[in-house]
Design a binder for this molecule. Sequence first.
Ligand SMILES: Nc1nc2c(ncn2[C@@H]2O[C@H](COP(=O)(O)OP(=O)(O)OP(=O)(O)O)[C@@H](O)[C@H]2O)c(=O)[nH]1
Ligand SMILES: [Mg+2]
Ligand SMILES: [Zn+2]
Length: 173
Amino acid sequence: LDLLDRPEEILADLEKYKKAGYDVVFSNPGSDDKELQEILNGKVSVLCGQSGAGKSSLLNRLNPDFELQTQAISKALGRGKHTTRYCQLHHVCDGLVADTPGFSSLDFTRLDTSHLDACILDFKPYIHTCRFKDCRHLNEPDCKIKEAVENGEINPSVYEDYKNIMEERGKKL
Ligand SMILES: Nc1nc2c(ncn2[C@@H]2O[C@H](COP(=O)(O)OP(=O)(O)OP(=O)(O)O)[C@@H](O)[C@H]2O)c(=O)[nH]1
Ligand SMILES: [Mg+2]
Ligand SMILES: [Zn+2]
């Protein structure tokens, strides 16, 4: 966020995730990260995200003694340099947080998508209201989730992601 001249667009997007029930916390160099520490307290958590997103930097901020290696992203390639090479758990706030190697793309082919809909908070209020009990919310008639997307009640980009994962998975079956 500290790199953006006009963060409004991203903030508006994040607001939609908050509205759906996700915890959204902000962190940047110099932030006290109190809210984040409360969330991590007593849990086992995993940091995930693209290479160069700032996962190791975040852990160093939570505990400067970690001295985890970080590296500026490649300006030429516009992406991170895969600095972290293995997963490691670190003691943070009476819990454990795993630093992980960043990814450049995601492979969902081994994911069991049969209950993916139940994992998405945006879908929660509508999930058992579709006409068919086993509705996958793709092409079925009387799908309440698709209706909610059309009515602007569900974040359309979350539904797009869901649809892409389901279709990608479907191709491999
Ligand atoms: N301006 C700014 N730079 C950041 C922030 N977080 C990280 N960086 C910089 O971004 C670069 C990449 O950070 P890393 O912590 O190495 O990223 P990573 O997610 O651990 O990357 P991988 O280990 O490759 O997966 C470093 O040069 C950091 O100093 C931030 O919040 N703001
Ligand atoms: Mg790293
Ligand atoms: Zn449905």
